[in-house]
Design a protein around this ligand. Structure first.
Ligand SMILES: Cc1cc2nc3c(=O)[nH]c(=O)nc-3n(C[C@H](O)[C@H](O)[C@H](O)COP(=O)(O)OP(=O)(O)OC[C@H]3O[C@@H](n4cnc5c(N)ncnc54)[C@H](O)[C@@H]3O)c2cc1C
Length: 404
């Protein structure tokens, strides 16, 4: 290894930027962040980009440590044996340690017609394809949002608040993560905004055409613009490079986020599967995992044993347009509880809190850029005992499908 350790982070989302910033605190470590786009994308605001209430993009100079070198490129392959990355165009980039943080994207829908006629919304490019389509369809267009996880609910609310005619097709249940009490409050607010929610056993989309959405129970619902938010998938870079992944393609790691194949590779964010038990895909987990992945590399450089990552959740925060929101609290193991902030009396406070959360995710990256290592989560965050129980019970198959 050269005197300066070369660490390359692939993927400049919440996890990758956090990892790069934390690693930038040592003079003997050179950090390069490779990202496909030249700007940081606030994915949690993409529905706002579509609605025109926020552009969802931040200059990397704002969030990235000044010593981190940004390389705008797409990684085509990881050559783990040669410790180098092959970039699009054929150039290579050597590393001593690699942080794998390529995030997630829309899952390619298998429903007939969806790939041709529905608009996904999980990336900047997808948001920029959808926005002009909505504009061209006009304010009176019938908009159908398929999928009622957080991004579907937020997108439907944002567009309905602008006076659009919106139907949210939820499948079995809208807001499946939410506690029943929180879910009722969200449905109430969606109703107030004028969103028609279609949910239940027959509310699965079976086909999409240019002007309609067909459901399993035979309903044929006219739709001028169909937006697809039903599921995220991860890039296949790890699998394509011959590294071990879980069934969904996330890089398989141990609890220190180290690849099960290679001590020089650590993973963080949506594309990581620690112990084959991935955390809920979220920027909440991504930031914490990014910091933990960097800590693992720093421990190895110091000749110490890396510690298991301790990732905790506070719950799920939803925007319901600009004027309302809901914070669904969860326990440390990410199981939603009865408590929520929102509903008729708390909707505005929920909106305020959601905006605060969005701003603070970017602020946290900025703080870590200025003072690497400053962002430590309090001890109550994370539930290592529950994690251990889960790990012991992995003999039983578990769900690896992510909710968008
Ligand atoms: C509309 C919407 C709303 C959401 N709302 C919330 C929310 O309220 N709360 C929440 O917690 N989560 C929310 N999420 C989910 C959240 O955005 C993701 O879980 C989070 O972005 C994951 O962070 P990450 O760092 O792992 O990856 P990402 O943010 O996806 O970043 C990965 C980066 O890697 C780059 N990349 C990928 N492959 C390559 C390659 N081969 N070479 C170079 N670069 C590459 C990508 O371009 C991207 O910049 C939302 C998502 C969407 C789409």
């Amino acid at each position: 290894m050269s005197e300066t350790t070369q660490v390359v982070v692939v993927g400049g989302g919440y996890a990758g930027v956090m990892a790069a910033n934390r690693l930038s605190g040592r003079d003997d470590v050179a950090v390069t962040l490779v990202n496909a786009q030249p700007a940081f994308v606030e994915r949690i605001r993409l529905h706002q980009r579509v609605a025109g209430s926020h552009d969802a993009v931040v200059d990397y100079r704002e969030v990235l440590g000044s010593t981190v070198r940004l390389e705008v490129a797409t990684v085509e392959r990881i050559d783990a044996t040669g410790r180098r990355l092959v970039l699009a165009g054929g150039r290579t980039l050597a590393y001593d340690y690699l942080v794998y943080a390529v995030g997630s994207a829309s899952a390619v829908p298998t429903v007939p017609g969806a790939a041709e006629h529905a608009y996904p919304l999980a990336s900047l490019e997808e948001a920029d394809r959808l926005a002009p389509e909505l504009a061209a369809a006009g304010p009176g267009a019938r908009v159908t949002v398929v999928g009622a996880g957080p991004s579907g609910i937020e997108t439907a609310s944002e567009l309905a608040e602008q006076g659009r005619t919106v139907t949210l097709v939820a499948g079995d249940l809208a807001g499946p993560y939410l506690h029943p009490k929180g879910r009722l409050a969200v449905l109430d607010e969606l109703g107030r905004l004028g969103v028609t929610v279609v949910q239940g056993p027959g509310a699965l989309v079976t086909a999409v055409t240019a002007d309609a959405v067909q459901l399993a129970d035979g309903r044929d619902m006219p739709s001028d613009v169909t937006i697809w938010t039903a599921g995220f998938a991860v890039p296949d870079l790890a699998a394509r490079s011959g590294l071990s992944t879980d069934a969904a393609g996330r890089l398989l790691t141990d609890e220190t986020l180290t690849s099960v194949d290679d001590e020089r590779i650590v993973a963080a964010g949506d594309a990581a599967a620690p112990s084959d038990l991935p955390y809920r895909m979220s920027c909440q987990a991504a930031g914490q995992l990014g910091g933990a992945a960097a800590d693992t590399v720093l421990a190895r450089l110091a000749g110490a044993a890396p510690a298991p990552a301790a990732v905790g959740f506070l719950g799920q925060c939803l925007s319901l347009g600009r004027g309302a929101g809901l914070f669904q609290f969860a326990n440390r193991g990410d199981v939603p509880v009865r408590a929520f902030l929102g509903g008729r009396l708390g909707a505005r406070a929920g909106a305020w809190l959601k905006e605060l959360v969005c701003r603070s995710t970017v602020k946290q990256l900025t703080w870590e850029a200025r003072r690497p290592g400053v962002l430590r989560y309090p001890a109550f965050v994370g539930d290592p005992r529950r994690r251990e129980v889960l790990r012991r019970s992995t003999a039983e198959p578990h769900d690896v499908v992510a909710a968008a």
